[in-house]
Unconditional design. Structure first.
Length: 321
């Protein structure tokens, strides 16, 4: 066998073959990374209107707003036509007539003897205003009198007392409208030189007030001992049913200090007793003391006045301790 020859030149390319049948799909590859966002597309046409949704729950009320400013005043309106007369009202009730006692007060008094507290009938009692007599009467056997007069300040004068020639007893009194004032007026003969008289009167309560005099010799005159052993001082009458009078007489003054006091023996406040003391023999005119303004009141006692007598018989009044 001979040797191989050289290869020939390539022949021309053949026509493509028919497509082969499709092969089986290969396995699914891994998910790639997302691509970049594309450009916005053109706006689409409006969609068809959907059905109305359900009504929502009402919201909570809002807070109140601030008041608005006042509006500008409007122009005055035209006057209205006059109305017709109204119906006549029913007659009113008659007013009350003022009571006369609203303009007047009452003074009830009794005149008694200072020596024994007996009632004095036949005495003339005058009521004076500005030194002029405006009322007057004569007491009956009971010694009682009564005047109804306008409220004010007056003077009571008692005169023409049997057995007391020249007596002209006077005492101021205040009358209050719509009130009754009660007083006891104790009359007595004037005292002579070297003598004293203390006359106590009071109101309805306390019922029993008692006079007490401590003399310069140490003698205590009261309802317990009505007379000093030497006879120099004595209590005339012990009154226990209100008003008085109770009278202590000093028949013979001795140098030294006399102390006069009043005690509320029965129940009741001394301050409410309306007690008065009239002292005779110190001056030409009687000296009067009232529980509401004079002396000192303490624990049912009214210390009225201290009386000092010097060696010459001169009498001076001193304030209580």
């Amino acid at each position: 066998m001979g040797a191989h020859g050289s290869p020939g030149n390539p022949g021309p390319q053949g026509s493509p073959g028919k497509d082969g049948s499709a092969g089986q799909p290969g396995p699914r590859g891994q998910r790639g990374f997302p691509g970049e966002r594309g450009a916005v597309g053109p706006r689409g046409f409006p969609g068809v209107k959907g059905d109305d949704g359900r009504q929502g729950t009402p919201g909570l009320p809002g807070s109140s707003g601030a008041p608005g400013k006042n509006g500008v005043d409007g122009r005055p309106g035209f006057p209205g036509a006059a109305g017709s007369d109204g119906a006549r009202g029913a007659p009113g009730k008659d007013g009350e007539t003022p009571r006369l006692d609203e303009f007047y007060g009452v003074l009830k008094g009794v005149v008694r003897k200072a020596s024994d507290a007996s009632y004095v009938g036949g005495a003339t009692v005058d009521i004076l205003a500005d030194k002029q007599v405006i009322r007057s009467m004569v007491t009956p056997a009971s010694g009682k009198f009564q005047f109804r007069i306008a409220g004010g300040e007056y003077v009571v004068r008692i005169r023409n007392v049997a057995g007391m020639v020249g007596l002209d007893y006077t005492e101021p009194v205040e009358i209050l409208n719509s009130r009754t004032t009660q007083r006891t007026y104790a009359v007595a003969r004037p005292v002579g030189p070297g003598k004293l008289r203390m006359v106590l009167t009071w109101g309805e309560n306390p019922r029993d007030l008692d006079s007490h005099l401590l003399t310069s010799t140490g003698c205590q005159v009261s309802f317990r001992r009505k007379q000093c052993p030497d006879g120099s001082a004595s209590l005339d009458t012990d009154v226990t049913d209100g008003f008085g009078p109770e009278t202590i007489n000093v028949h013979s003054l001795r140098p030294g200090l006399y102390k006069y006091r009043v005690h509320a023996y029965s129940s009741g406040a001394m301050e409410d007793s309306e007690a008065e003391v009239t002292l005779y023999g110190v001056e030409k005119q009687a000296v009067q003391f009232h529980v509401s303004r004079d002396g000192k009141v303490e624990n049912g006692w009214w210390s009225v006045v201290n009386i000092r007598v010097d060696d010459n018989g001169k009498v001076t009044l001193e304030d209580v301790d």
